[in-house]
Structures are given as structure tokens and as C-alpha cells.
Design a protein around this ligand. Structure first.
Ligand SMILES: Nc1ncnc2c1ncn2[C@@H]1O[C@H](COP(=O)(O)OP(=O)(O)OP(=O)(O)O)[C@@H](O)[C@H]1O
Length: 297
């Protein structure tokens, strides 16, 4: 469990993290989402005791990180996958990590297998690794002590779609065994695949949080029918907020069941009905557009 309460970081007059509160629960993968510069890394650094908070608190397994006995054993952290020593082999990096957490060298081979690095890849120097391989190695270093909590900054960065699905499987299994995962990303498409719960942050402030399903249904549905004009008329009559999409379908601010019932009442034949595919992305962009630092800049 990670409990964040009113956590704030100010650099002079600039507030990088502004009074954020949320909980990442055991058995769940929590995605921490926000555009570049939103404050994700700063918040994660505060959670791990690397940056002192201006105010508020971050507790992991009930205590501040620094107050945990042997914290690296309980909390696996990957804040910067490219920070590994370029001249060492993957196996050396993982062996050092295992020694540091007191996990024993026996864990190294099992962890390499867990993160999908072959023994041949493990003998190569990290300087020759692709970004995706570094992410796998960084995840391995975080996992090698078998911690109960994982804090991962942009772990999917550099992974191809297959790699992202692989990571989903690994983190889901970890969470199913009772682990707590908090991972950040600036790409909703990544986290939409991997996370169960979402915390959206923009300009240092939390702009939305909830389960993925809640946030997806809040984003509305996309519907299509054999008779598009009749569908549009029915939706207009119902008073539901709606927007025609360029492909001819209709985005409606409602739950799928509401739109299904509406179609039934009007005798409409629906050809598709579902959560708006990129809905979360649209919501993410809308929610953060006012807050995005690029826009502010
Ligand atoms: N030591 C510091 N001094 C001053 N400003 C800082 C410092 N560290 C971070 N910031 C600022 O705080 C803001 C949040 O940065 P942070 O790295 O936490 O964002 P982020 O959400 O992780 O972004 P990204 O996705 O680009 O990594 C940025 O505007 C950054 O410039």
C-alpha cells in the first residue's frame, strides 16, 4: 500500500507537486499519468525519500520510505532505467542489485528469466542494450529482492507493443499475488493496457482518479446504427450530450446501458456500441490541456 496525503513540493515560487492525495492499493496496478513536466517524477522521488517534501506525507506499507527497515527489500524502485552503468553486463547489474538487497545470487537467473532477458543478452554490456532491454533490466533490479511494493517511473518507455503486453502480464501476476504497483507514464495508451486504477496529474495537481472502468465510462460511449439519422434524432430528443465523429459514429456522454435502452425504445438497430476507444485519451487531453506545461509555456 502506498498512501499519499497532501504531498507538495515547491522550488522557490514554483510548485512542482501541488497538494496531491491518493492511495495505491495492494492487488492493483495503479497508473500515474500526466503530460511531460506534470510532476510525476518529483512525486515519486518524494515517495522514495530522494527529494524532501515541502509538506504532506508519503507512506509505504504504513511508514515513510526512510523509516522502513531495509527499504530496498520491501520496495522495488525504478526511477531511471538508463542510469545503469554502461560498462557492466546485465548480469553484473542484477547481481549487484541482488547483493544490495540481500537476496542472494540465486535470484539472478530466476529474475533474468522473469524479465525476459536471455543468458546471452545478460552477458552483454548495458551500454549496448536497447532502451527496452534496459527497462527489462531495471525492472529486474527492482524485482530481485521480491518486494511487496513496486514504484516504476515510465517503465514502458521504449517497449514495443509486444513488450507492453508482456509487462502487463508480469505486473498483473505480481499484483495478483498481493503486490502494490505504482507506475508512471505520459502515454495513456500504455497505461490503459497495464493499469487497473488511474491517477491523472496535470501541472502538479490531480485532475482525476478512479478505476479504469469508472474513468472509461465517464469518458462516454461511441455508438453507430444502421439508421444514423434516426439514432441522432433519438439521442437529441433524450437530451444526452453528444458529438458526431468524423467517421459518422456518435460520441455520447452516457453509459453503454443507457444508450442501449434508448436504442431499444426507438427500435434502432445498433451496429456498434462501446466505451469510446480513445476516450480515456480524449479525457486525458481535455483534463490536462489547461494544465499542460507545454501549453502554459
Ligand atoms: N530540482 C528542481 N528545481 C526546479 N524545478 C524542478 C526541479 N525538479 C523538477 N522541477 C520542475 O518540476 C516540474 C515537474 O517535473 P517532473 O520531472 O516531476 O515532471 P514529470 O511529470 O515527471 O515529467 P516527465 O514526464 O517529463 O518526466 C517540471 O517543470 C520541472 O522542471
Amino acid at each position: 500500500m502506498i498512501e499519499i496525503e497532501n504531498l507538495t513540493k515547491r522550488y522557490g515560487a514554483f510548485t512542482a507537486v501541488d497538494d496531491i492525495s491518493f492511495t495505491a492499493r495492494p492487488g492493483r496496478v495503479t497508473g500515474f499519468l500526466g503530460p511531460n513536466g506534470a510532476g510525476k517524477s518529483t512525486a515519486m522521488r518524494m515517495m522514495c525519500g530522494l527529494t524532501p517534501a515541502t509538506s504532506g506525507s508519503a507512506r509505504i506499507l504504513g511508514r515513510p520510505y526512510a523509516a522502513l527497515p531495509n527499504p530496498t527489500r520491501h520496495v522495488g524502485v525504478m526511477l531511471d532505467a538508463s542510469a545503469q552503468h554502461a560498462g557492466r553486463t546485465g548480469r553484473e547489474v542484477l547481481t549487484l542489485a541482488a547483493i544490495l538487497v540481500g537476496a542472494g545470487r540465486g535470484q539472478v537467473d530466476a529474475t533474468l528469466e522473469r524479465v525476459g532477458l536471455t543468458s546471452r543478452e545478460a552477458e552483454r554490456r548495458v551500454g549496448n542494450y536497447s532502451l527496452g532491454m534496459r527497462q527489462r533490466l531495471g525492472l529486474g533490479a527492482a524485482l530481485v529482492g521480491d518486494p511487496r511494493v513496486l514504484i516504476l517511473d515510465e517503465p514502458a518507455n521504449g517497449l514495443d507493443p509486444g513488450g507492453i503486453h508482456w509487462m502487463r502480464g508480469l505486473l498483473r501476476d505480481y499484483a495478483r499475488d498481493g503486490g502494490t504497483v505504482l507506475l508512471s507514464s505520459h502515454l495513456l495508451s500504455e497505461v490503459e493496457i497495464i493499469a487497473d486504477d488511474l491517477v491523472l496529474i496535470g501541472r502538479g495537481r490531480i485532475v482525476a482518479q478512479g478505476t479504469k472502468e469508472e474513468l472509461l465510462s465517464a469518458a462516454g460511449v461511441v455508438v453507430d446504427a444502421t439508421d444514423r439519422a434516426a439514432l441522432r434524432a433519438a439521442v437529441e430528443q433524450s437530451g444526452l450530450e453528444h458529438t458526431p465523429r468524423p467517421d459518422g459514429t456518435l460520441a455520447v456522454a452516457a453509459q453503454t446501458a443507457e444508450v442501449g435502452e434508448l436504442a431499444l425504445r426507438h427500435g434502432l438497430v445498433l451496429t456498434s456500441l462501446g466505451s469510446s476507444g480513445g476516450g480515456l485519451e480524449e479525457m486525458f487531453l481535455t483534463l490536462t490541456s489547461d494544465d499542460a506545461r507545454e501549453v502554459a509555456a
